[in-house]
Write a protein that binds this ligand. Structure first.
Ligand code: PMP
Length: 362
């Protein structure tokens, strides 16, 4: 350990992002990226912005982008915060709204960045077990707490909680902020954004990384009442005044305005997900219902880590988490139809090979 490290850094257990390998002809279904390119209007807007002079700092409030997001969501722009990916927005929310005397609550199986932020900001937390089928029981969150964070649809399970249940959770906890991380909501979840007007303790985060195919641009957002947004702005302005560059603001604004591209690509992903889930079930996998751009599945007769390794040998990358309760599952990002078909063919081959070995004499 380096002697110059602060006590906080010595204690950190950082988040480990999914692999971004530089291998040719790989089918990459491990980090929930969108298989389709972003809106052509977004690409054009970003090119134009380069010509517009990166010599100048960007708008520190990202006003244009916040207005586009506000218009799309039927809220005013003082209800919108934007940051460098929703990870940054989440980090600001953890620091600015979820660090209190009482512990923060989140599900035992959820986005693995949540405990990492708790470690970084010294937030006490308690995990609440999901049901056996990985659905969330709102009543298990009863009693006062310092805050609640859920991902909806959840990651890595893909399971979605109906809006009425989210509302029950938010209404039961006027004493704290309930943060609903909607990174995957556009693929089949019911957004909590329509509840924001009625609940001063509700903060919703979303991202342009998934349903708008802009993971590489790093743009995320939060929607909440102005009082909550002000907390995020105060953290941001004490950390980095310019989290979004000019190119990001231009591209993200145009992406938000291109509703047709958004609708077409997200429908394609949803259709491919349903096909993939059906094929996996036909191969004997147990597939959780998904409202996201990935499916979470396990095979009763085949080890999760072994399947992931066998797929990797066939140049298909999926995600496996060596964590309690989920170590037999694969999280498979929905790719193009061709990518999904290659994955299914590879799995069919692997399962047949393993079955043949298991039944071979001696
Ligand atoms: N929330 C969840 C549940 C996620 O899975 C991810 C993606 N890893 C994020 C937030 C962060 O996404 P981004 O920073 O790309 O907006």
């Amino acid at each position: 350990m380096n002697p110059y490290w602060s006590a906080v850094v010595r204690e950190l257990t950082p988040y480990v992002p999914g692999e971004q390998p530089k291998i040719d002809k790989l089918i990459k279904l491990n980090t929930n990226e969108n298989p389709y390119p972003p809106s052509p209007a977004a690409i054009e807007a970003m090119h134009a912005e380069i010509g517009n002079g990166l010599r100048l700092y960007p708008d520190p409030q990202s006003t244009r982008l916040r207005q586009a997001i506000a218009a799309a969501n039927g809220v005013s722009s003082d209800c919108v915060f934007v940051g460098n990916g929703s990870d940054e927005v989440l980090a600001h929310a953890f620091q600015g709204l979820l660090r209190h005397e009482l512990p923060l609550l989140f599900p035992d199986v959820s986005y693995s960045f949540y405990p990492v932020y708790c470690g970084l900001y010294g937030i006490e937390y308690r995990t609440v077990a999901l049901r056996e089928d990985f659905s969330l029981a709102v009543d298990d969150y009863a009693g006062p707490c310092g805050g609640i964070v859920i991902a909806n649809p959840n990651a890595p399970t893909g399971r979605a909680l109906p809006r009425a249940e989210v509302e029950r959770l938010v209404a039961a906890h006027p004493e704290c902020v309930v943060l609903v991380d909607e990174a995957y909501v556009d693929f089949g979840g019911e957004s909590a954004v329509p509840l924001v007007k009625r609940y001063p303790n509700l903060l919703v985060t979303q991202t342009l990384s998934k349903s708008r195919s802009l993971a590489g641009l790093r743009v995320g957002l939060a929607i909440g009442q102005p009082g909550l947004i002000e907390a995020l702005v105060r953290v941001k302005d004490s950390f980095n005044s310019y989290p979004l560059g000019r190119i990001a603001i231009a591209g993200a604004t145009a992406a938000y305005e291109d509703v047709e591209h958004f609708e077409r690509t997200r429908s394609a992903v949803i259709a491919s997900r349903e096909w993939l889930a059906g094929e996996l079930a036909a191969l004997g996998f147990e597939v959780l219902p998904s409202g996201a751009n990935f499916v979470f599945a396990r095979h009763p007769d085949h080890d999760g880590a072994a399947l992931q390794a066998a797929l990797r040998e066939r140049r298909v990358l999926v995600r496996h988490f060596a964590r309690p309760r989920i170590d037999q599952y694969l999280r498979i990002t929905v790719g193009t139809d061709a990518e999904c078909a290659t994955l299914v063919a590879a799995l069919r081959e692997i399962l047949a090979g393993q079955a043949a070995r298991a039944s071979a004499p001696g």
